[in-house]
Design a protein around this ligand. Sequence first.
Ligand SMILES: Nc1ncnc2c1ncn2[C@@H]1O[C@H](COP(=O)(O)OP(=O)(O)OP(=O)(O)O)[C@@H](O)[C@H]1O
Length: 342
Amino acid sequence: MSTEASALGATPGDSHSSGGAPASEGLFSPSAAVSTAGTSVIATRGLTKRFGSLVAVDSIDLDVRRGDIYGFLGANGSGKTTTVRMLLGLVLATSGQIELLGQRMPKATGRVLPKVGALVEGPGSYGHLSGRTNLLLLDGSGPGASRRNRGARVDEALTHVGLGGVGRRPVKAYSLGMRQRLGLAAALLRSPELLILDEPTNGLDPQGIQEIRQLLLHLHANGTTIFLSSHLLAEVEQLCTRVGVLDRGRLIVQSQLADLQKPTGRIVVRTPDIAAARSLLDGHVEHQDGDRLLIRALDPAELNARLVQRGVRVSELGLERRSLEQTVLELTGPSADRVEPS
Ligand SMILES: Nc1ncnc2c1ncn2[C@@H]1O[C@H](COP(=O)(O)OP(=O)(O)OP(=O)(O)O)[C@@H](O)[C@H]1O
């Protein structure tokens, strides 16, 4: 990270807050500030956006590192798109700081954005022109794009997203999924170091979602850092290495996905001999659901031995892990765009 970046005071660890306080509270202090030289790709500090009295994004501290596939999760109306738009300089922050690829934004927009591919809500295009012509025009309109290999890069990007054979068909005749793919192709045009994608699988069918997932994994394997917003927990769980969760404008979790999925310390046992198991494990059974018991305060090997010695049949025994969905649902409130009758 540059000197500018150090001024932002990158936080050393991840945060996981359930009390509604900003996720970074207590972590960011001069003594806690560390240099994350060379690793920070997106860093924000106290990033806030107000629309009148509405605080759409509330003092968030994002930390996205080189090599991440970062899933930016949140219910409808939680502030994901507004954050993405601020990162890209499409809307000005009310307060706070942003760094992209180690450079302060929006000051460095001209230097940074040529290295960033972006797809934000419904990509714009000329409907009467083909996808290829749209991409040729788009590439020609930005700085840093080489004219020499423009046609080849456009064809490659179209092939990458599964539109290689679409030919001269005008964009107005594209399905929603095809438009989404075209938007992704536009984001890929300049082999970006960083891809920022807002709901990239919106409008795609399950097969299309799977194809885009494979494409993103391929790009990641070739060195692209990916930041994607989504309200689809399963999508993020399958794809991402790191997760941030936004709830009504506040970043309530930011963590490696693997840390969120760590074992809880409890053991799940399934057995057809439920009554015998219960009496044998008296005092350790925390919960029963049919033939499934949740056991605490026992070592799994010892538990298994105890059951087997007494002839209790075990059909499953394993460490309990929380799914991302469980974690997120526990920590977040209802969608911010719900309107209840008064
Ligand atoms: N230009 C604007 N003027 C006023 N309010 C806005 C504006 N843009 C967004 N908002 C409000 O800010 C809040 C956050 O919206 P945003 O679109 O960022 O959420 P989101 O998480 O992307 O939601 P979704 O998943 O539905 O797209 C919402 O309450 C929205 O109504």
